[in-house]
Structures are given as structure tokens and as C-alpha cells.
Write a protein that binds this ligand. Structure first.
Ligand SMILES: Cc1cc2nc3c(=O)[nH]c(=O)nc-3n(C[C@H](O)[C@H](O)[C@H](O)COP(=O)(O)OP(=O)(O)OC[C@H]3O[C@@H](n4cnc5c(N)ncnc54)[C@H](O)[C@@H]3O)c2cc1C
Length: 419
């Protein structure tokens, strides 16, 4: 079959790779000159099934309200902005803020994340793909008894769903990650280690996977801006771009935060809103003082991942439309927290600051699978976990297009859950 994949982020590229493995003729379209240059470019680098807890939770509306007026808050939501798509998304988000919905959404996300982690490991074994990966787990650190108790509660829920984690004392945290020794003595209440989770550079992975896909015949067309998707008689008939039309037997929509704009022309309402996040990447001056094990700081909502001789620090979320301007007030907390946790790791002066738009659904579950158009498939809305879920999601879409039964149950992952 001839298949057109729209979007060459980590999700679209993984989809193209698995489609090519099945022998399809695949073309990938992206407005950027190369794969992985938008949201997949400088994210937190974690393969973190342990982050399957959705954003929508019973305590979140109150917390978000308190943060509304703090420009450096971890989650910034300003409902008074004139933005009907934000209001509609926000209402759906509120409906997901119950304990029952939280449990359901956590199970759905974890189902995809665990599968995806396994597909990534198998892919690595098969291809020896290299992307500054570290396979030593992810360590969550907690500073207060209340945060630690909440963390253990979530860990128990995740364990019951198939993700075991180890509860650690501060001294054990320092044993797992010696660069935490000072914090462990002075500042930590405890930690949770998810031993099978990993980290690695999503952009490097996307670039390398695109090379492997190209070797199997995938054509990546960069610098091509998609303008519209057209349908007739219940089928997608063509994709209109600034460089002419593209046609195929099947189409995969994998355009991250921009997916809803194109689905709208087809009368498909995708509840995806961009949650803008930031990262900084710094050179490591003192390797012994920088973490090797990827860390999630549950007080600051920031993650730390080592990528070769660099340290990536990422976090914060702002629901403020589709703009990627860098606001120094949102960069500064990343630098401050990194300096305080790992003061000797870097001079934190020559830093590369970046922002990206997480394609976020109101329930934090991606949107995968079929649509009312027989030849259009969705692989989008991966929010905070697109790198974690890319390989599994790509494999699921390839299975669907091949007419095979996917290896995970797709219950609750499709667009129909919002009907
Ligand atoms: C600060 C931050 C930290 C994060 N940390 C993590 C993490 O640690 N672990 C994790 O799993 N996830 C993380 N994420 C989330 C993850 O980065 C995203 O979920 C993932 O990159 C989404 O991939 P994607 O391929 O769907 O989207 P994208 O990478 O954005 O790809 C979409 C592609 O569509 C293209 N496109 C859009 N519009 C057009 C158009 N009109 N014409 C042509 N092409 C178009 C874009 O150029 C882009 O390449 C983080 C995100 C942020 C912002």
C-alpha cells in the first residue's frame, strides 16, 4: 500500500518505520527540514511509564486556581484568555478530575506506555539504534512527608496495574544516584525507583530511526507545509501542501499539537490543546556531580536527564495557545532548581533554552486508531509522554493498517471515547 504519514516528529517517524517493516511504500511530510525538530526536539528525554498518572485529578482544579497568578508556576492556566478551544478543552479536563476517571485514564496510559517501552527495547536489540540512552531506571524524589505519601499512593495504584516501583530512603536514593548525596543528607524525604524505565535523546532517536526507515524505502519530504486534508465519499482523497498534492491508499495524522486544525476540515473534533513546556540543556563540567539516572523532582515538577556530556532539565506547563516564544520567567526556575540540586554539575551559563508544545488531551490518554474515514488513522495527542509512547503507538497503527490485531487492547484509546 502507499501510505502518507503527516508529521515527522517522534510519533510520525516511528509509525513510518513500522509501516516500512510491513513492506508498505511510505511518504512522510513535514514542514521542518528534518525529522524531530518541533516538540520532539529537546524534551525531558524520559521513557517514563512511571508518569502514567494523568494531569486531571481531584486536587488539580484547586491547585491550578492557586497557581493562576504566579508567572513561574509549574502549571499556568489563564481561563480569561479569549480562547474557545481552551474553554472547551478545560471543561472536558474538569470532567476527568474524579478519582474514578483518574484510575481509568491511568490504566489506559500505562497500557500504552508499558507496551511502548517493550517495543522500544526490542527495536534497540534488533537495530542497535543509539541515542544517548541510559537504562538505569527513573528515580522520583520527594521533599515532604505529604508529597512522599501521595507518591507512594500513586505507586501502589501503578503497581496494581503492572508497574512495580521500589520505595527508597534518602540514603538509598544517594546509593542509586551518587550525585544526589548532598540533597539526600539535607533535603530529601524519600524516593521511588521505577527500575525498568529509561532515558535518551528523543531527537537523536528520531533522526536515527528516520535513517533506518529511509534505508527501508521511506521517503521523508521536509520543508513541505500541509495546508488541508480533503475527503470525498467517506475516504481521504488527497493532502494539499504548499508544494502540490500528495495521495495514498491510507493516511496517518501525526501532527502533534497541530492535528486538530487539520482534523477540523474533516469534521473531526480532536480535543488536543498545546501545553507549552520548557527545557534547558547545559554542558556537564563535572561528570561525578551530574546525575546518570534520570530523575523526576516531585516538588518542582521537573525532570533531569543526562544525554552524553549534557544535562537536560525540563518542566513547566502553560496553556496559552500555539506560541513557542521563550519567556525568561519560565526558564529561570529550571536553572534555579538544577543549580540547587546539582550545583557542581555545570556552570549553567552557556545554556540552550527551548520550548515545545505538548499535544495534550483532557484525559492525558493519546488518540490512536481508526476514524469515520476508512483510510485515515490517528496517532496523536500524546501530551507529556509522546517519546515514551511513540514506538508502541507506531506499532499499533501499523498493525491496524495491516489488518492485524494490535498486541494491546485499544479500548478507551480511540477518538470515539469523546463522542
Ligand atoms: C518540556 C517538555 C518535556 C517533555 N518531556 C517528555 C519526556 O520526558 N518523555 C516523554 O515521553 N515525552 C515528553 N514530552 C512530550 C513529547 O515531547 C511529545 O509528546 C512528543 O514530542 C510529541 O511527538 P509528536 O510526533 O506527536 O509531535 P511533534 O514532535 O510536534 O511532531 C509533529 C510534526 O508535525 C509537523 N507539522 C505541524 N504542522 C505542520 C504543517 N502544517 N505542515 C507540515 N508539517 C507540520 C511538525 O513540524 C512536527 O515535526 C515533553 C514535552 C515537552 C514540551
Amino acid at each position: 500500500m502507499k501510505i502518507v504519514v503527516l508529521g515527522a516528529g517522534v510519533v510520525g517517524t516511528a509509525t513510518a518505520y513500522f509501516l516500512a517493516e510491513d513492506g508498505h511504500q511510505v511518504t512522510v511530510l513535514d514542514r521542518q527540514p528534518a525529522p524531530g525538530l518541533e516538540t520532539s526536539f529537546a524534551n525531558g528525554a524520559q521513557i517514563s511509564a512511571c508518569h502514567a498518572k494523568p494531569w486531571a485529578a481531584p486536587h488539580v482544579p484547586g491547585q491550578a486556581f492557586l497557581w493562576m497568578f504566579k508567572p513561574d508556576a509549574p502549571l499556568l492556566f489563564r481561563p480569561w484568555r479569549w480562547d474557545p478551544s481552551l474553554w472547551s478543552w478545560g471543561l472536558k479536563f474538569l470532567r476527568n478530575c474524579t478519582s474514578d476517571r483518574l484510575r481509568t485514564n491511568m490504566e489506559r496510559t500505562l497500557r500504552v506506555a508499558l507496551y511502548s517501552r517493550a517495543v522500544l527495547k526490542a527495536l534497540r536489540q534488533k537495530t542497535n539504534i543509539q541515542y544517548d540512552q541510559i537504562t538505569q531506571g527513573i528515580l522520583h524524589i520527594y521533599r515532604t512527608p505529604a508529597e512522599f505519601a501521595e507518591g507512594r499512593h500513586t505507586a501502589a495504584q501503578l503497581a496494581a496495574m503492572g508497574l512495580p516501583q521500589d520505595v527508597l530512603t534518602p540514603a538509598e536514593c544517594a546509593k542509586v544516584e551518587p550525585a544526589l548525596a548532598h540533597a539526600a543528607r539535607t533535603d530529601l524525604e524519600g524516593g521511588l525507583l521505577s527500575p525498568e524505565d529509561e532515558s535518551g535523546d528523543a531527537q537523536k532517536f528520531t533522526t536515527e530511526l528516520a535513517k533506518l526507515a529511509a534505508a527501508r524505502g521511506v521517503i521523508f519530504k521536509g520543508g513541505v507545509t500541509i495546508r488541508r486534508i480533503e475527503a470525498s465519499k467517506g475516504q481521504i482523497s488527497r493532502v494539499i501542501t504548499d508544494q502540490g498534492d500528495e495521495t495514498g491508499d491510507a493516511y496517518v495524522l501525526a501532527m502533534g499539537s497541530y492535528s486538530p486544525h487539520f482534523a477540523r476540515d474533516l469534521d473531526l473534533a480532536l480535543p488536543i490543546y498545546p501545553a507549552k513546556g520548557y527545557s534547558i540543556t547545559v554542558d556537564i563540567d563535572n561528570p561525578a556531580a551530574a546525575p546518570s539516572v534520570s530523575i523526576t523532582d516531585e516538588t518542582s515538577f521537573m525532570v533531569f536527564s543526562r544525554l552524553g556530556n549534557k544535562l537536560r532539565v525540563a518542566g513547566t506547563a502553560e496553556l496559552a495557545g500555539w506560541n513557542t516564544d521563550l519567556d525568561p520567567r519560565r526558564v529561570e526556575p529550571l536553572v534555579r532548581n538544577a543549580r540547587s540540586l546539582f550545583p557542581e554539575a555545570s556552570n549553567y551559563k552557556d545554556l540552550h533554552a527551548w520550548s515545545g508544545l505538548r499535544p495534550t488531551t483532557p484525559d492525558s490518554v493519546p488518540i490512536l486508531g481508526a476514524t469515520p474515514y476508512a483510510n485515515l488513522f490517528l496517532n496523536t495527542g500524546h501530551g507529556t509522554l509522546g517519546w515514551t509512547m511513540a514506538c508502541g503507538s507506531g506499532r499499533v497503527i501499523a498493525d491496524l493498517i495491516a489488518g492485524r490485531k494490535p498486541e494491546i487492547d485499544l479500548e478507551g484509546l480511540g477518538l470515539d471515547r469523546f463522542a
